[in-house]
Design a protein around this ligand. Sequence first.
Ligand SMILES: [Zn+2]
Length: 314
Amino acid sequence: MGKVSQEQVNGLISRQMNDWSLAGDNYAALAGVKVKRFEVNGREVQVQFNPARIVSSAAKVDDKSLSERRCFLCAANRPVEQEGLAWGDLYTILVNPFPIFPRHLTIPSNDHKPQRIKGRIGDMLGLAADLHDFVIFYNGPKCGASAPDHCHFQAGSKGLMSLPAGKVDGRLIKGDERAGIYRLLNWTCQAFIIKATEQDAAADLFNQLYAVLPIHEGEDEPMLNLLCWTENKSGITEWNIGVFPRVKHRPSCYFAEGDSNILLTPASVDMGGVFITPLAKDFNKIKASDIEAILKEVCYDEDAMNEIENKIII
Ligand SMILES: [Zn+2]
C-alpha cells in the first residue's frame, strides 16, 4: 500500500487548476510554449522557451541570499491558495506553479532541512511507486535546486523527457538483470542507470554508487542530478534511477557578457533531454552545439566515469 494514490494526486492538480489563478494561468501558458528540437549525440533533445521559469533558472542560491529570503517551501510561507497533500508524515505534495511539465509537482520535506539525498533515496523510490505516471527528480544543492536550504523532490508527468521514454541502452557493470547498475549508452551525457525489481535492492545499489562518487572540496554531497521512475513489466514493478554526476553548477555561458550569454541552469530535466530557456534571446539563438558545449562543461567525461565505474566494480 502506498502513501497516496495517483487518483488523489490527480484530484489535487484539478482543484489547484481551478482554485489558484497563478497555477491555472501558468499551466494554460505552458500549453502554448514554443519548443525547438535538436539532435545531440544521436538523441533528440528539446529546448523549451519558458519565461515563467526565470524564478528558478536565475535563482540566487548563495548562502547570503538564502538567509535573506523567506523559504518558499516552508508551510508558513506558502501562498494561501497552495494546497498540500500529505505523503506520509515527512513530505507534502504540492502543485508547482511554475511548470515545465503538463503536470508538475514539488514535494518538500515537512522540515526545513538542507537539500541532501543521503538517507532519502528510499523516499524517492517510494514516491516513484505511488506516482507511477510521473518521473521523480532530485537536483543537488549545487545542481539546479532553487531551494538548496529546504529538502525537496519534484515530479513531472512521464512523456515529456526523452528519458525514460523508449528503449534505454545500457551496459551492465554491477549486479544482474534483477538488480544492476548500468552505464547509460548513446545518451547526450554520461550517466549511470540503476534497475531493480525490488525497491530495497535499488536503494542498496544507489548507496554503493553514491559512496564512490567524488565529493568536491568544501561540500558534503557529490554533485548530482537524479531521475527516478517505475515501470510495470508484465505485472512486475521495475525501479529505475538515472544518476547524472556533475562537475559544475552553471556553465560559463551563464556568466558570459554580451552575445555569448545564455541563461540556462542545467538540472535533472535537462539531463533527461529537455532544456529550459526562460529568455527569448537565448531560445532564438541556441543551437545543438551550445547544448553539447554546456553538457560537456557540467557533466563528467568518459574517463572520469570509467574511474567511478572501476571503484564500483572493486
Ligand atoms: Zn523551508
